[in-house]
Write a protein that binds this ligand. Sequence first.
Ligand SMILES: *Cc1c(COP(=O)(O)O)cnc(C)c1O
Length: 235
Amino acid sequence: MTSIQHNLQQVRERISAAAAKCGRDPAEITLLAVSKTKPQSAVEEAIAAGQRCFGENYVQEGVDKILALGNSALEWHFIGPLQSNKSRLVAENFDWCHTVDRLKIATRLNEQRPADLPSLNVLIQINISDENSKSGIMLEALSELAKEIALLPRLTLRGLMAIPAPEAEYSRQLAVCQQMAEAFNALKKDYPAVDTLSLGMSDDMDAAIAAGSTMVRIGTAIFGARDYSAAHNNN
Ligand SMILES: *Cc1c(COP(=O)(O)O)cnc(C)c1O
């Protein structure tokens, strides 16, 4: 077994264990394999091990992999900060965008989504606990932005995403994740297509699952540590 195969199996087991601990069905939780900075061969190894959903942070790097692999059975998620001048590449190549945090980006994605593709699945990014981050909106601004996005026909609002500030203590991770889950459950009531809470990375996955995450984004635990000097010089 290659190490990516082995790592994937371990991560899946960790998801199942975390789900079992809080009485959830592990099938409710999608594993997004975050392949940023990793070569196509690493993605191919993960595909061979049964992985289908991949997350990329850098637009051009992601598009290069999507086109090179040309595999329509895969699902590609854009999870990085998105500048307006890169929105077209996301609209034309990805299946999901997790980082919508302003109407301007949503409007561009809607206009640029090709007519022959299904609508782009989008998540609104919430800045739930990170004072230093410029990404994501405050929870107070959610209902307004959700209302506007729901009117855009080439987008489907599927839910919420957050990157909580690193926090060592489980109980504090859980408290932040529960705030996200509360907002997610409220949003679901207003928008029937909402079914996705993208929350949980390698270090806070257990708390995220206990709170109700439906999608965890895992990179290092699957592909190993990243070398930022080599890749993505062209965001
Ligand atoms: C890089 C990244 C991840 C994966 O992080 P790891 O610590 O490698 O598991 C998840 N989500 C986002 C938004 C990321 O940028």
